[in-house]
Design a protein around this ligand. Structure first.
Ligand code: TRP
Length: 373
């Protein structure tokens, strides 16, 4: 059944119907009007064009105030629970485009506390993953002069006064309703949403005036930001605007790339050999025999290899369409598409891994308040 799926910040199950999810959460579609508006500022990013960043809250008022000279801040984040994979990088690539297009300052929150509370990890584990993940973030080329990384356990002195103000406005009943906590949930989880709200208000504190904030994020984070937006007016802060993306699919054909299935997940540190092996095993939905495939064609709609081109690796719409057409006509076989995707991923990773090595100095510079990694 189309309604039979679940999306929370900590759990995604079932086949996600993104239209239904948008209705459930009450967010707005990124439709033609919104796209035309964004086109005023530069070339529309392919993730907007293709409906990957597909839903928003209050994007238009944010752009209205930008036009009046009120520059917003960008805010996004990462819960450091393991190695960075392509699903994590996807929204960061988009964030970088927003930073370049609008010339705005950015906060990147690393919620090591969250992953400690929600997963079977030590604080030492989550803290060292934060560093590893930060290298991947910085490798994408964010402007080191206008980008700051917050690590919750390091920057708690900055975040705590804001988190407290949020916490005082959120009842236990709300936390239970929004996140599904139960009597057995540890009390850290119940407080955590206050920490994820804090960076949305930090720009107002830094600038000393109400400052607009745009949060590009996976739509699974919306429950947090509903809370953030609800409490904002009572605290004298502007409600942050949101721009939400779909989850990056798994190589197995599932809706979300996840470290619970490492063979269906490409990590930024994977070797060319590992990539080849993983892409080789990817789900394509193709026919069993070559003859059958030539005759009946394949189905790009269900094919993970096609989805990787769609979400990340083929930026040219005409080429993407041609790829789909040739697949449907049986002109190209799954094996050929896999070889081509493997090559694209390996070209990307080779460059990324080199930049990741050089990112050590950059992350030192980006550390909020100059904490030592
Ligand atoms: N909770 C997010 C995660 O698990 C991390 C995060 C913190 C975040 N602040 C954010 C994500 C803001 C998007 C936007 O990955």
């Amino acid at each position: 059944m189309a309604e039979d799926f679940k999306v929370t910040p900590w759990e995604v199950t079932g086949d996600i119907d993104y239209g239904v999810l948008m209705k459930r959460f009450g967010t707005s579609p990124v439709d033609k009007t919104v796209l035309d508006r964004i086109a005023r500022y530069g070339d529309i990013h392919f993730m907007l064009r293709r409906g990957i960043f597909y839903s928003h809250r209050d994007l238009i008022p944010l752009l209205d105030s930008y036009d009046k000279g009120d520059r917003f801040w960008l805010y996004t984040g990462r819960g450091p629970s393991g190695n960075t994979h392509l699903g994590h990088i996807m929204p960061w690539i988009f964030n970088k485009w927003v930073q370049d297009t609008f010339h705005v300052r950015m906060l990147f929150q690393m919620t090591d506390d969250e992953k400690f509370l929600f997963k079977d990890l030590t604080l030492h584990d989550t803290r060292s993953m934060a560093y590893e993940n930060a290298l991947d973030f910085a490798a994408l080329g964010f402007d080191p002069d206008s980008t700051k990384i917050l690590v919750d356990t390091e920057n708690i002195g900055t975040l705590y006064p804001l988190a407290l103000q949020v916490a005082k406005k959120v009842t236990f009943s709300t936390a239970k309703d929004v996140f599904g906590f139960e009597g057995s949930s540890n009390i850290g989880k119940i407080f955590f949403t206050a920490l994820e709200s804090a960076p949305a208000f930090l720009p107002s504190v830094i600038e000393g005036r109400p400052t607009p904030v745009l949060i590009p994020a996976g739509i699974d984070q919306d429950p947090h930001f509903r809370v953030t937006r609800d409490v904002a007016p009572g605290l004298g802060f502007p409600k942050p605007s949101l721009l939400y993306c779909k989850m990056c699919p798994s190589l197995s054909g599932g809706d979300k790339m996840s470290s619970s299935d490492p063979m269906a997940t490409i990590y930024t540190t994977d070797t060319p050999k590992q990539v080849k092996k993983k892409v080789g095993r990817a789900f394509t939905g193709g026919c069993v025999s070559v003859d059958e495939q030539r005759e009946k064609g394949g189905n790009p709609d269900v094919c993970a290899v096609f989805k990787y081109n769609f979400y990340l690796f083929e930026h040219d719409d005409a080429k993407l369409e041609e790829m789909a057409r040739r697949c449907r006509n049986g002109e190209v076989l799954c094996g050929e598409c896999k070889v081509a995707l493997t090559q694209k991923i390996n070209v990307f990773l080779e460059a990324h891994q080199a930049k990741r090595e050089e990112a050590k100095e950059i992350v030192a510079k980006m550390a909020y308040g100059g904490f030592k990694w």
